[in-house]
Write a protein that binds this ligand. Structure first.
Ligand code: PLP
Length: 463
């Protein structure tokens, strides 16, 4: 804990100088900032010594809890050798070992690992690889992409070009390259107004129509498999992913799977695509890659993609892309330790009962007046709050309903962050049953307090 006067100093500097991502700073400057000082297991501790259950795995990336000894030690050991060198030319030991380990666990066929720093760059790399692949293959007209509505692949201009979240992406639209957006299989709000019991995945037909008309111009389809994260934790019906795989094959379009969120156990299997036996042509990984310790990402490609870039130096077929911290040894060492924990601690096996337990506990939320849809996939859950369950009418954006629930949860000892009016529950994979209970109780109570006491609601929304 830190001294009170220094704490006040920190709070002032935070408001004066720190511009927080995805945050309306006008609101932030009126609230008391939450400043985290340390953490352990699923708990975060702020500068006042108050503890919070980390209900969103520190932005969806922490797997083994905070201050996990094995990962801490791996980083310290690597630090005693070297912190950073470059992959532009030389190689380094953790980067080589991790590439080998990743290839061993991803779907068969993905054999080449290209490192970068974060989820956005992993996808940016994937898009550029797909684009350049077709240039080398003599299909120069294949320059466009297909993506899903509500899709999210990062915040760079390239990844925003294939993004489908209007609230984030609209303002930059003039900067984007050509992307076709196919309807998302968002069953609660089906874009085709069908019922999931008997729709026969009609949304795949819409995708097929796009591919049928434009496949000569389309380089790749990019999507998040099984769960569209930032778009609202939209859980796809089973069969959708394998349907997309088949269509991409049929129309000679590459499939890029963005497993930045779903990778490394989140959905109950190591990778989401394994649920449907799908192998993409290119796969993007980041968030959980080293248990949520430091910036690291990888883009994996098939032999076929990689081979298209081989040629004489003068042919200029090189993949001209790379970041300063590509393949950082500390990040890779942490990733190796994280993968070792999967083996040693039987993370995936231990996840199964937890996922079932979460499923049972979520039923309780159905009784909430404003819980419109409750979705789950593995250790990802979301509660879509609506003003009126029967009409599915959403809350007005100005009501900041999700933010209010999270502020209430914070008071009660849990750190969560919403996606608009959608409450996200995504604890570290190692959360214990009683910790999960506590987290769910807090969220349940917070939703109740914020949505059912109208007076309370008004007071908060306009303060
Ligand atoms: C978070 C996320 C990204 C972007 O990753 P950053 O590390 O924030 O750049 C891309 N795709 C998906 C599916 C994500 O959840």
């Amino acid at each position: 804990m830190i001294h009170k006067t220094y704490l006040e100093q920190l709070q002032t500097w935070d408001k004066q100088h720190l511009w927080h991502p995805f945050t309306q700073m006008q609101d932030y400057s009126r609230e008391t900032p939450l400043i985290i000082e340390e953490g352990s297991g699923v708990f975060l501790k702020d500068v006042d010594g108050k503890e919070y259950i980390d209900g969103i795995s520190s932005m969806w990336c922490n797997l083994h809890g905070h201050r996990k000894k094995e990962i801490d030690d791996a980083i310290k050991q690597q630090l005693d050798k070297i912190a950073h060198t470059t992959l532009l030319g030389p190689s380094n030991i953790p980067a080589i070992e991790l590439a080998k380990k990743l290839v061993d666990i991803v779907p068969q066929g993905l054999t080449k690992v290209f490192y970068s720093d974060n989820g956005s760059t992993a996808n940016e790399v994937a898009l550029k690889m797909a684009f350049q692949y077709w240039q080398h293959k003599g299909c120069e007209e294949k320059t466009q992409f297909v993506a899903l509505q509500h899709g999210y692949h990062g915040d760079t201009i390239g990844t925003m070009s294939v993004g489908g979240i209007d609230i984030y992406h609209k303002v930059f639209r003039p900067l984007y390259f050509k992307t076709h957006l196919a309807p998302a299989p968002y069953c609660y709000r089906c874009p085709l107004k069908k019922q999931p019991q008997n729709c026969s995945l009609a949304c795949l037909e819409e995708l097929e129509n796009i591919l049928k008309s434009h496949s000569a111009q389309i380089a790749a389809m990019i999507m998040e498999p099984l769960v569209q994260g930032a778009g609202g934790m939209i859980v796809h019906p089973s069969g959708y992913l394998s349907g997309v795989r088949a269509l991409c094959k049929k129309y000679n379009v590459l499939l890029i799977l963005d497993e930045v969120l779903t990778g490394f156990g989140r959905t109950g299997k190591m990778f989401a695509c394994l649920h449907e036996g799908v192998t993409p042509d290119i796969m993007a990984l980041s968030k959980g890659i080293n248990g949520g310790y430091m910036p690291l990402a990888a883009t994996l490609a098939t032999e076929d993609i990689y081979n298209a870039f081989l040629g004489a130096y003068a042919e200029l077929k090189t993949f001209f892309h790379g970041h300063t911290y590509t393949g950082n040894p500390l990040g890779c060492a942490a990733a190796l330790a994280s993968l070792e924990l999967f083996r040693k601690e039987h993370i995936l096996e231990n996840l199964e009962p937890k996922i079932k337990y979460l499923q049972t506990r979520l039923k309780q939320f159905e009784s909430l007046k404003h819980a419109g849809d409750i979705r789950q996939c593995g250790l990802i859950a979301a509660i879509e709050l609506v003003k009126d369950k029967s009409t599915k009418e959403p809350f007005a954006w100005e009501e900041r309903i999700g933010i209010q629930v999270c502020l209430e949860a914070r008071k009660q000892g849990s750190f969560i962050r919403p996606l608009g009016h959608i409450i996200v529950i995504m604890p570290p994979l190692i959360i214990k049953e009683q910790e999960l209970d506590r987290l769910l109780n807090i969220i349940y109570e917070s939703i109740k307090v914020v949505t059912q006491d109208e007076h309370h609601l008004d007071e908060r929304a306009f303060s």
